[in-house]
Design a protein around this ligand. Sequence first.
Ligand code: SF4
Length: 100
Amino acid sequence: MQTIVRTERYGYGAVSTAAPVRPRPACADEDPELFFPIGNTGPALLQSEEAKAVCRLRCPLMESCLQGALDRNESGVWGGTDEGDRRRIKRRAARRRTVA
Ligand code: SF4
């Protein structure tokens, strides 16, 4: 949508008043419980894999979501990873730091 406005410098002109389109997280369309499996065996493992698939296959925010989860030590599935995946990512990063 455009609106005609008057600016001091350019006189009258059209400016866009449409809200910027923001990427929508894929989990917004899912049951939030899916991302918080209880336990890490049997059905909880399947649930975790299903949640990770939502992230990995459909979410445009995966990288920033993963970084946020790493920074905040979140529990549950975030950014296509579960807690175990994120622990491994952190261990690998720590090892790389000690080697470098
Ligand atoms: S990557 Fe993050 S925002 Fe995207 S679906 Fe997964 S949990 Fe939701």
